[in-house]
Ligand binder design. Structure first.
Ligand code: HEC
Length: 128
């Protein structure tokens, strides 16, 4: 019985944790983007994005993809200040490690591809 009680406590704790704002660990700020400002990388990222990410994050990254609509929490717009204020390293960490319906991509995409996606997300800053 005690095992069940612990399990239930764990589930309650982890589901309330899921409602909190998602923050990457402090040390991820130090991860350096080897492709920073590289426009070709961003273009490659856009190609990957339009295959893998748009269903939830929306065609233009505004968080309005058809598969994102029913999610809780929904993906934020990549143009939002909340997202753009984060460092490349933090976004890379989130993309790599995932959370909930945002699955970890470190198993399916190599580092280069993940940085390409981060560079693409950066280009969405000016859009609204
Ligand atoms: C099945 C739906 C789904 C797919 C597909 C998906 N994401 Fe996400 N993504 C989410 C959700 C939901 C969140 C918000 C998670 C949260 O805040 O708990 C998120 C969050 C993120 C974040 C963090 C943004 C923030 O709020 O700080 C990044 C970066 C990201 N996704 C990138 C990507 C990229 C790049 C791809 C494609 C390789 C992708 N996602 C594919 C659902 C998805």
């Amino acid at each position: 019985m005690r095992v069940f009680a612990i399990l239930i406590l764990f589930l309650v704790a982890s589901s309330s944790y899921a409602q909190e704002n998602w923050t990457a660990p402090e040390e991820s700020k130090n991860i350096v983007n080897p492709y920073e400002g590289n426009i070709i990388a961003a273009q490659k990222g856009q190609k990957l994005y339009s295959k893998l990410c748009w269903t939830c994050h929306g065609k233009n990254g505004l968080g309005d993809g058809p598969a994102g609509a029913g999610l809780n929490p929904k993906p934020k717009s990549f143009a939002d200040k909340d997202v753009q204020i984060q460092s490349d390293g933090e976004l890379f960490w989130k993309l790599s490690n995932g959370k909930g319906m945002m699955v970890p991509y470190k198993h399916s995409l190599n580092e280069e591809m993940r940085w390409q996606l981060i560079n693409y997300i950066r280009t969405l800053k000016a859009q609204k």
